[in-house]
Design a protein around this ligand. Sequence first.
Ligand SMILES: *Cc1c(COP(=O)(O)O)cnc(C)c1O
Length: 360
Amino acid sequence: MPEPSDPSAPYPPSAGPHPLLDLPPLTAARFAAIERRVAALLSTRHDVVIAQGEALLPLEGCIRAAARPGRAALNVVTGPYGSTFGGWLRDAGAEVVDLTVPFDSAVGAEQVAQALAEHPEIDFVSLVHAEAATGNTNPVAEIGEVVAAHGALFMLDAVASVGAEPLLPDAWGVDLCVIGAQKAMGGPAGVSAVAVSERAWQRIAGNPAAPRRSYLSLLDWKERWIDAGRQALPHAPAQLEMLALDACLARIEAQGAAAVAARHAAAAAASREGVLDLGLTPYVLEARWAAPVATTVRTPAGLHAGELVSAALAADPGAPLAPGGGALAAEMLRINHYGPAASPDAVHRALSALGAALHR
Ligand SMILES: *Cc1c(COP(=O)(O)O)cnc(C)c1O
């Protein structure tokens, strides 16, 4: 019987049901059980909505649900996703205060406090926890205290932190906590989730501009699924992705969430140390700002990151290396040590391949 990883292999009629195709329907009960598993991973009592799409879907859904014309939002920009959020907030008519810090550092709670003090009208804050693209991570617990004291609604993009480091949305006052499974959880990219606080539901319900009867709508899920007792799914779920999400949650439970996070922390520490040993400069200036999902590296002057990564991948095509994106494409590369690559072996391969490329 062909492996599920090779769905294009010839499939003889005698082989019985195809493992990816001939599945019984995903029941509402199973869907609700997967939601509870996500809630347990996040230690949250808030409602979990599993969005039937990649994490950009609930991120955009949250912003369009919370933002409205005439209201002010603080958008903390510590990497490329913050710019995306700023665009959506402006699109939704909000007055946006961008708090941008250099991408090789992290934002401090005192900077957030100062921005809120300067703009008392702010009633929404968006923040990215860990940034896989730039390799930094922000102190959400401390920032959450500041946001709670101000009283604003708090949205967190935890796609790159979930699984890799502690994530406690309820304890940290996060009203909208968005996760995806494709990074440290080692799961599928095609479904994602958001934990929604009661306060956030009230705010969204009171916003005439919040999407309704729309694929972006969180309210639709509340009304048609949660408030209706989770008896019937509003439309056909992304079945394969839901099963993959359940499988990766089961694997994290079996390994222990603390052990999975420790594996990522160890990979990050080993990567940073190995980068320094190679005579290279970590892009993120201080180790305490370094994300456990990816270690970013500043390429030596005169050497293009794309060329260095190509040479390294020629030495070892399986090494978890990638050039930086966008404006950082020339000067930065990444060791992506998340999911299965959060291992001593993967880190060793990345460093060896980089070493070989530098030697040439
Ligand atoms: C990976 C990631 C996402 C998901 O976006 P993709 O561009 O589809 O990978 C969202 N937010 C953050 C912070 C991420 O690292």
